[in-house]
Design a protein around this ligand. Structure first.
Ligand code: DMJ
Length: 639
């Protein structure tokens, strides 16, 4: 209206236009409509918040923005009304208990405390219910407290982490004999051959089919592709296959798509993809690996939305729906699957500053530590609904294996602070020694399986990792126990070696038995195959590093020769269908774990001990190295 006031010496401009009264009225009406329209349009611009801030009082702005995003109860909205806080911070935000004003050292201590403190408080009364995947579960109140708008984004201090390592990641390369070097170079050549053929015939698919020279996708990874790329990354890096590493990295940058919508094994995605990406980030500091790992980690979280928080085995990475494997009895979850998340999930929290990942696996630990164990043993099937065992089948091989591995490695990775994990490992091993460890008529030590109290005198190839695990754990036991466990580890590794030497190919079968006159040999046709598995050479590598007895390198070299003779084909390496014939047929599959594990462990067997030193790293169950948290050094800021 001010603009229409008559100025001295000037006629009013409606009058100047020579308008009559009704016309003037209509003109004014039109003008005021126009002004209202212009003012309103400011709020429709893409970023209208600046204008809102200009035009609305401060408190009203906060409640306007929070009410647009808030979906929770009025009780919780009233608690934030006066504080200008957004309702939930982005996934990669600072830990919520750390104030932005706190000095950096204090914030790091708080993060360390969050990591190391062990189980968090129980779900608070009144915490929100989240409904996903058809079930509802109380979410700990600590899972989504508000964060301040002004908070700087969390940044993991990579340089500081590198300074905390005690050895260069690829070692110092000193003091080796020419034969050891030549053998290492041979294994490096095998890796290059495996990679080059995958790249040529199957890049972007999950595995190479080396006979038909094409790719295989399968249905284990929920539509994710490039399992071999991700599994191979850290091996290529450690072997200094620089060009090949760059090829793999480029594929991750340009083609690795996480927006998929298929059914994935939570366990496999975690150990191969998350493990591979995390390890490569820690080795190289390249952000792309970290961001992909965190993004993928977020997609796995809905699998934990069960009444107990024990995740189900299968998850749709698009919808977040999860369910149990059809073959798992009574909708149960598998010990080796939900028990093999701890290492990776702690690192997801470490790198994101978001405690939610650590909370999920600490809850699994809590459920397991409370449930009653028959004879101190952990059965392989647990109900995610009731938290009780579903079947009393116990095995240190398939279905159970890496659960035990992650207990001792959790303790090592925590710089020996996670004493709960150590106790669970010690108790479990004691029960295994008491109930499952047996000696065959021919004097071979083995670990049997247990079915409700009845022993099955068989060992799977998968169980052969246990020689390495027990040796690793023995380093930290005192006196008699240390000696006994080192002997046990050596004996089991020797038995697994026997399963190789007693075959015609010098490669071991999928399972071998100690009954009906058999000693470390397969008795069933269906158990005679070898699919390039790593567990036996994994144990050779640990036993070599921990004892330096030359036999472990000799045994490893026998495997290299057998692989070359029976598994190397024109376009890669293939598994074989029968280890008991010198002319085996091939299964036409180069498994991704052959590049991640088998070749990596063989290579490390012929390296100096400072390459991926056991003082700095633990290997996840797919042989991806994850750093030990040297809290003493990092907190003290030592170089
Ligand atoms: C790998 O994916 C991992 O080692 C897993 O823990 C068990 N099976 C394969 C290799 O045999």
């Amino acid at each position: 209206m001010v603009v229409l006031r008559k100025l001295p010496g000037m006629p009013g401009w409606p009058a100047a236009l020579g308008l009559r009264l009704p016309q003037k009225f209509l003109f004014l009406l039109f003008l005021s409509g126009l002004l209202t329209l212009c003012f309103g349009a400011l709020f429709l611009l893409p970023d209208s918040s600046r204008f809102k801030r200009l035009f609305l009082p401060r408190r009203a702005t906060a409640s306007a923005s929070s009410s647009s995003s808030a979906s929770s109860s009025s009780a919780s909205s009233s608690s934030t009304r006066d504080t200008d806080l957004p309702r939930s911070p982005p996934a990669a935000a600072e830990p919520r208990h750390a104030s932005p004003a706190a000095p950096r050292r204090l914030r790091e201590k708080l993060r360390t405390a969050a990591r190391m403190a062990g189980p968090p408080a129980r779900t608070a009364p009144g915490s929100r219910q989240q409904v996903q995947g058809g079930e509802s579960r109380a979410q700990p109140a600590s899972a989504a407290p508000p964060a301040r708008e002004t908070r700087a984004p969390f940044r993991f201090d990579y340089e500081r982490f590198r300074r905390s390592l005690r050895h260069p990641v690829r070692g110092g390369r000193s003091g080796e004999d020419p034969e050891t070097r030549a053998r290492r170079m041979k294994i490096k050549e095998m890796m290059k051959f495996a990679w080059d053929n995958y790249k040529q015939y199957a890049l972007g698919k999950n595995e190479l089919r080396p006979l038909t020279k094409n790719g295989h996708i399968g249905n284990m990874f929920g539509g994710l592709r490039g399992a071999t790329v991700i599994d191979a990354l850290d091996t290529l890096y450690i072997m200094e296959l620089e060009e090949e590493f760059q090829e793999a990295k480029q594929w991750v940058e340009k083609s690795f798509d996480l927006n998929v919508n298929g059914e994935a094994s939570l366990f496999e995605v975690n150990i191969r993809y998350i493990g591979g990406l995390l390890a490569t980030y820690y080795l190289t500091g390249e952000e792309v690996f970290k961001s992909k790992a965190l993004e993928l980690g977020e997609k796995l979280l809905p699998a934990f939305n069960t009444p107990t928080g024990i995740p189900r085995g299968v998850i749709n990475l698009g919808s977040g729906m999860s369910w149990s494997w059809g073959w798992a009895s009574a909708g149960s979850s598998i010990l080796a699957e939900f028990g093999t998340l701890h290492l990776e999930f702690l690192h997801l929290s470490e790198l994101s500053g978001n405690p939610v990942f650590a909370e999920k696996v600490r809850n699994i630990r809590r459920v397991l530590s409370r449930v009653e164990k028959p004879q101190g043993l952990y059965p392989n099937f647990l109900s995610p609904v009731t938290g009780s065992w579903v079947q009393h089948h116990v095995s240190i091989g398939g279905l159970g294996d890496s659960f035990y591995e992650y207990l001792i490695k959790s303790w090592l990775m925590s710089d020996k602070k996670d004493s709960e994990a150590k106790k669970m490992y010690d108790d479990a091993l004691e029960a295994i020694e008491k109930h499952l460890v047996k000696k065959s008529a021919g004097g071979l030590t083995y670990i049997a399986e247990w079915r409700g109290g009845i022993l099955d005198h068989k060992m799977g190839h998968l169980a052969c990792f246990s020689g390495g695990m027990i040796a690793l754990g023995a380093q930290h036991s005192a006196g008699d126990r240390r000696q006994r466990h080192m002997e046990l580890a050596a004996e089991i590794t020797s038995t697994c070696h026997e399963s190789y030497t007693r075959s015609d190919t010098k490669l071991g079968p999928e399972a071998f038995r100690f009954d009906a006159g058999s000693e470390a040999t397969a008795t069933r046709l269906s158990e005679r195959y070898y699919i390039l598995r790593p567990e036996v050479v994994e144990s050779y590598m640990y036993l070599w590093r921990l004892t330096h007895q030359p036999k472990y390198r000799h045994w490893g070299w026998e495997v290299v020769q057998a692989l070359e003779k029976h598994c190397r084909v024109e376009a890669g390496f293939s598994g074989i269908r029968d280890v008991y014939t010198t002319t085996p047929t091939h299964d036409n599959m180069q498994q991704s774990f052959f590049l991640a594990e088998t070749l990596k462990y063989l290579y490390l067997l012929f390296c100096e001990d400072d390459v991926l030193s056991l003082e700095d790293w633990v290997f996840n169950t797919e042989a991806h190295p994850l750093p030990i948290n040297h809290t003493d050094l990092r907190a003290a800021g030592q170089p």
